[in-house]
Ligand binder design. Structure first.
Ligand code: NAP
Length: 286
């Protein structure tokens, strides 16, 4: 996507705050959406050191910036700076999208809903009454756990390299969803019974040629979603293909969280296929 952007006094500015942020695919996706709908808006990356976040976020809102995304390491640190937080972001305990109006900042979290939309669209999978094994207990895993339980998942096993972090996340989930069956463990411990869904929310597979688990030992029944998207086929996804297990990478989650963020900012339906094509093109250029 290399359409010329015409900037004038009415151009609305959006962006993404992260550290590092130079390799973000969101500018390609959001600028393609603005162009497709003929909106006078641009989206740019802002590299922001952790200690600079309060100054930068308040400064952007005061300067009339219309909204921004947050990526690592700012999704939690933004919370005390916000004037309003949606119930879903409060339950997840992290914000990835902020809308600014008259200097006030409202935050939401589109990662969890984006993950659910990817499960539904890419794998035709619904959580209600099912069992899942979630690998990882970091920021992304937290949003995924809460979103799955919110949609009626019956049992969730959280497995993490550092088991204490899995236990802490499971404890928070038990408080919020007392009817669900929660278990926490290290990565290598097998689930009690074969899960319907496996989700990888660790960084394993991101260019390290490694897999967080040996899939044949887990016995996943229905689907696998690896939220890593670079490379597009991780060793875990290759194992799923070899076992004929329906699977998808993290592109769908990235796409849908961006699609939801666009709607939160503009209150317009975002052009999903335009955004998907822009993401694929940006990835291919890497
Ligand atoms: P994070 O908060 O830093 O969490 C990292 C997770 O990976 C932790 O559970 C960590 O375990 C685990 N981990 C790291 N290195 C490991 C290793 N060598 N062996 C086993 N486990 C390891 O990161 P995050 O924001 O949750 O992101 C996690 C992944 O999801 C990243 O690859 C990110 O790109 C991807 N992601 C994708 C999307 C999307 O839209 N598709 C959105 C968000 C994130 P410990 O607790 O033991 O350190």
């Amino acid at each position: 996507m290399s359409a010329a952007v015409s900037v004038d006094g009415k151009t609305r500015l959006y962006g993404i705050l992260g550290h590092p942020v130079t390799s973000s695919l969101s500018p390609a996706m959001q600028n393609a959406a603005f162009a497709a709908l003929g909106l006078n808006a641009v989206y740019v990356p802002f590299p922001v050191q952790p200690r600079q976040l309060p100054k930068v976020a308040r400064g952007l809102a005061a300067a009339g910036v219309a909204g921004f995304n947050l990526t690592v390491p700012h999704k939690l640190a933004i919370l005390p700076l916000l004037d309003e937080i949606t119930p879903e972001a409060r339950a997840i305990g992290a914000v990835n999208t902020v809308r600014c109006e008259n200097g006030r900042m409202s935050g939401t979290n589109t990662d969890g809903e984006g993950f659910l939309l990817s499960l539904a669209h890419d794998l035709a999978w619904q959580p209600e009454g099912k069992r899942a094994l979630l690998l990882g207990a970091g920021g992304a895993a937290r949003g995924i756990a809460i979103s799955l339980l919110e949609k009626g998942l019956a049992a969730l096993h959280i497995a993490n390299r550092t088991p204490e972090k899995a236990e802490a996340l499971a404890a928070d989930c038990r408080d919020l969803y007392p009817g669900a069956e929660l278990r926490a463990s290290g990565l290598e411990e097998a689930p009690d019974s074969a899960p319907h869904l496996l989700v990888n929310a660790t960084t394993v597979g991101m260019g390290d040629g490694a897999s967080p688990v040996e899939l044949a030992r887990v016995g996943v029944r229905e689907a696998l979603l690896d939220i890593v998207y670079t490379p597009p086929e991780t060793p875990l996804l290759a194992q799923a293909a070899a076992l004929d297990l329906p699977h998808a990478n993290g592109m769908g989650m990235l796409l849908h969280q961006g699609w939801l963020a666009f709607r939160f900012w503009t209150e317009r339906e975002a052009p999903l296929e335009v955004m998907r094509a822009a993401l694929q093109e940006a990835l291919a250029r890497r």
